[in-house]
Design a protein around this ligand. Structure first.
Ligand code: ATP
Ligand code: MG
Length: 245
């Protein structure tokens, strides 16, 4: 692994190149909130996020979604197809929550959004990932109309698959942030990660099994407990993960 070339280190992952077409994404134990201003280390979080991500990418692949997922090392590394990332964060919302309530206070917290609400943000940390209209996306030339339509279709489909998956586990799927890239054949492919860092899921008591716990408490122990409960609820192994007392 030492021979691999580190090509990017982000807030939650290190990205290494295996060759021209493949990458390793190594999930760190770092956790951030408040636009990256709050930082902490949650031992075991990297494994949990990698495991949940790999598990859900596998489900999506088997359901016919084109994803970057290739393989998982069982720990904190996920092997993926190298893509040209489209600088958009696609948020699919099933219930009003988080930044939507701040942007549009007319929504009631957890108000059902049916059909789901799709929101695009321009992916640029310096600009704080601003909201971007579909019109803007086309006019400034980020992607063309047919790519945008494809992303919308795949996003709704991913949301549908994950909603019924979580429902089958007795959990409520609130929202998710998706990223897409273009592969060497010019196809749109689902990228990045799918974990408690990028979606919100509630149990039957309305408790968060996602990063919202850290956003609220800033407490890594509580975050880990939520991630462990998420893993248990969806039936993935946690024996090798450090468990907070
Ligand atoms: N298949 C892929 N090919 C190339 N890059 C990818 C792929 N999947 C995800 N990425 C990119 O790898 C990086 C993962 O690192 P991380 O999520 O930690 O970044 P980050 O701190 O969130 O910053 P940002 O996402 O704003 O770049 C992201 O930039 C993500 O867009
Ligand atoms: Mg990221």
């Amino acid at each position: 692994m030492n021979t691999l070339q580190l090509i990017y280190e982000g807030k939650s992952k290190r990205v290494y190149a295996i060759d021209e077409g493949r990458l390793v994404m190594e999930f760190k134990d770092d956790v951030t909130a408040a636009d990256g201003l709050v930082k902490a280390v949650a031992m075991g979080k990297g494994i949990l996020a990698a495991r949940v991500s790999s598990y859900l990418f596998d489900i999506l692949e088997k359901s016919g979604v084109r994803t970057h997922f290739i393989d998982y090392d069982g720990k904190r590394r996920m092997f993926v197809k190298r893509l040209e990332i489209i600088p958009l964060e696609v948020i699919v919302r099933n219930y009003a929550y988080g930044s939507l309530l701040r942007r549009m206070p007319l929504y009631k917290p957890l108000q059902k959004l049916d059909p789901p609400l799709l929101e695009f943000h321009y992916k640029d940390d310096d600009l704080h990932d601003p909201l971007i209209l579909e019109e803007d996306i086309i006019r400034v030339g980020i992607i063309d109309n047919s790519t945008l339509n494809c992303i919308k279709e795949v996003s709704f489909n991913v949301n549908k698959i994950l909603t019924s998956f979580f429902e089958s586990k007795g959990l409520r799927f609130v929202d998710i942030k998706l990223e897409f890239g273009i592969d060497r054949h010019g196809e749109v492919v689902l990228a990045d990660e799918i974990s408690g860092d990028t979606f919100r899921v509630l149990d039957e008591r309305g408790e968060h099994l996602d990063k919202e716990v850290f956003r609220r408490t800033r407490d890594v122990g509580s975050l880990l407990k939520a991630y462990l409960r998420l893993a248990e609820r969806i039936g993935i192994g946690i024996e090798d993960v450090y468990t907070p007392s």
